[in-house]
Design a protein. Structure first.
Lengths: 113, 109
């Protein structure tokens, strides 16, 4: 049982490049979400999904796209990377979004130069 | 306004000391949870504590929902307790889990 798997662990992008951060879970959780963590600012919600085919915006959605075609996968796409998107990105899943049972991935450290 | 606020922002302890971390949350946040992020960045769910008190070993948490605050107690702290402690809760009637800015705890031997 792998839990929540994020790839890659580290990535350096040039401004304007696009890329996809991968997130997969094997716990059959309906709820998945993406956060970014910046120094001194805690975790901020980017996008979330309550099930396959359903996504919604969080606190800081601009510059990011998501889709949820299967229960297991929830990729995060950066369309045109900017230095302001340099951050550590965490994916999380839980049986529901409102209660106990959150499992976080180990994070992706992204640097945009 | 600020929906989830934590104090203190930083805490330095010697091994064996006790500590109390506080989380204040607004009317629009419920179903409080506490998380620990270890020095390697891994986030672990500690407690789901919408109200009342729960204990897990040396850690316990109390939430007084009517007064909009939660406390995390760490007794007989160990160096492995070091890291950042976050409280979080979903915005009312949504699945958006909102985090506080955290309390960074350093425990020295």
């Amino acid at each position: 049982n792998a839990g929540v798997t994020q790839t890659p662990k580290f990535q350096v992008l040039k401004t304007g490049q696009s890329m996809t951060l991968q997130c997969a879970q094997d716990m059959n959780h309906e709820y998945m979400s993406w956060y970014r963590q910046d120094p001194g600012m805690g975790l901020r919600l980017i996008h979330y999904s309550v099930g396959a085919g359903i996504t919604d915006q969080g606190e800081v959605p601009n510059g990011y796209n998501v889709s949820r075609s299967t229960t297991e996968d929830f990729p995060l796409r950066l369309l045109s990377a900017a230095p302001s998107q340099t951050s550590v990105y965490f994916c999380a899943s839980s049986p529901t979004g409102r209660n106990y049972g959150y499992t976080f991935g180990s994070g992706t450290r992204l640097t945009v130069v | 306004g600020i929906q989830v606020e934590q104090s203190p922002p930083d805490l330095i302890l010697q091994e064996g000391a006790n500590s109390t971390l506080r989380c204040n949350f607004s009317d629009s946040v419920n179903n409080l949870q506490w998380f620990h992020q270890n020095p390697w960045g891994q986030l672990i769910n500690l407690f789901y504590i919408p109200s009342g008190t729960k204990q897990n070993g040396r850690l316990s948490a109390t939430t007084v929902a009517t007064e909009r605050y939660s406390l995390l107690y760490i007794s007989s702290s160990q160096t492995t307790d070091s890291g950042v402690y976050f409280c979080a809760g979903p915005l009312e009637d949504t699945d958006k889990l909102i985090f506080g800015t955290g309390t960074r705890l350093q425990v020295f031997p």
